[in-house]
Write a new protein. Sequence first.
Length: 532
Amino acid sequence: MLIVRDLTIEIGARRIVNPVSFTVGGGEKVGLVGRNGAGKSTLLSVLLGETPEHLRISGTVQHQGTFSHLPQEPVPRGLGVEPIGLSHVLSARGLDLLDADMQHARHELAANPTEETIERFTTLEAEFGERGGYEAESEVARLAAGLGLAEELLLEDLDTLSGGQRRRVDLMRVLYENPATMVLDEPTNHLDKAAKRWLFDELERFRGTVLVISHDLPLLDKAIDRVLALREGQLKEYKGNYTKFLQQEEAQRLSEEKLATQQDAKITQLKTLADSMRGQTEKRARLAKVLDRRVEKLRDDRVEVTKKERKVTFKLPAPPRSGDVPMTVEGLSVAYGSLEVLREMNFITRRGDRIVIVGRNGAGKSSLLRCLAGTQSAKSGHVKFGANVKVGYFAQEHEQLDFSRTVLDHLENATVETEVQRRSLLGAFGLKGSAAHQLPGTLSGGERAKLALAILAASDANLLLLDEPTNNLDPASVEALGEMMRQWKGTIVAVSHERGFVEALEPTHAVLLPEEYFDLWRDDYMDLIERR
């Protein structure tokens, strides 16, 4: 349960949340919605008790019961005793540490079976059983199967997992904890259709409270029964799922428009009548003043019409012309220790190609892109770039961002020269006003994605390598991104699980992994996009 009273959140000169009070009761499934940059992730951090130095906060937040949080960004090396997936999952109930203590106590008992060592081991074993330690193996297996994660990957170092594999491990940890309240920030990032469907069912069966930020509309429709909508600092509540929220919001806006029109007509009528009385008799002049006061009262009480969400548009400048063959990949292989994810990848791009890399999680999609971008070394093979090629790379976890530099400073070496031009470019991607002086770590995941896109727009690149560019973007921004990429005249190689984005991109070719097969795009490849 969550109780919020008179909460206000400010960053710099910007008020993210105006004074708001609400309660999330036991068993409720609540969706927190709003455009990228509206302040959802910031509000969530405050609700979780985190108070970053750059925020000014007033009001109170009270928790009742246990909380578990799925953040947008994974914790490096996890939260377990060991930096592997299984330890990370078991740490949700403290079983990783308890198991390590039991092993130590068992060795002590074997070496010296005293009353003290027997009691210590017995106490630890009882606690291990009470926390579900002996059922952990079957429960972890159930969660892994539901999310489509091979169990052997739970024994791998977390840093070697792909983004999709790591997301599944983090979800397993939250679900395994089985808290009173789950707080989920973009839980379906990287998930395929089957894993999403399983997660929807799991959340529906969960008897506790769920507070979720997601731009995945099916999740919001199936899994929630109440919406908190954050827009321009105002938080409004709606009963029902996301579709019902949209219907209610539109009905409310139309009702407000109708009432505002009626109020404006009344104001005009009274003002006209008052003006006609001025300069006549003293009695009429007094009546005019009475009418003036009524007009002022009506203006003060005039309903504020909820604004329609504006259409999002992004724009990349026309790229400089590259050679006819921007990039050639020959015999590329990638391995992590004994695990070989790519053996001999070969393909050739032509200027204007739009290539989508398709394959299940762990097939090597991100590894291939990193090798193309030069941020990772291949085991063998090489990548050749053609004449006049400039590469722009959108990294899945935004590794290209410098978290010690402000948003504006990221465009210092860009083709846009003046601060006014840089601010204008950032504004075109939704990063306006004081956001220019924030550090990337203070931005939401969607805002960081938009910063990365702005950097690409300012880079004069004519070959774009895009690794999951739609993660954390709201639906309107996903649509705008696909529209922008379809119209752009450069060459694109992309990894994406977002069907709408790929459809808008209108690919010319596909790279199929793990088959390592390069082919002209076929419509049936679209079915593989969400089947990762």
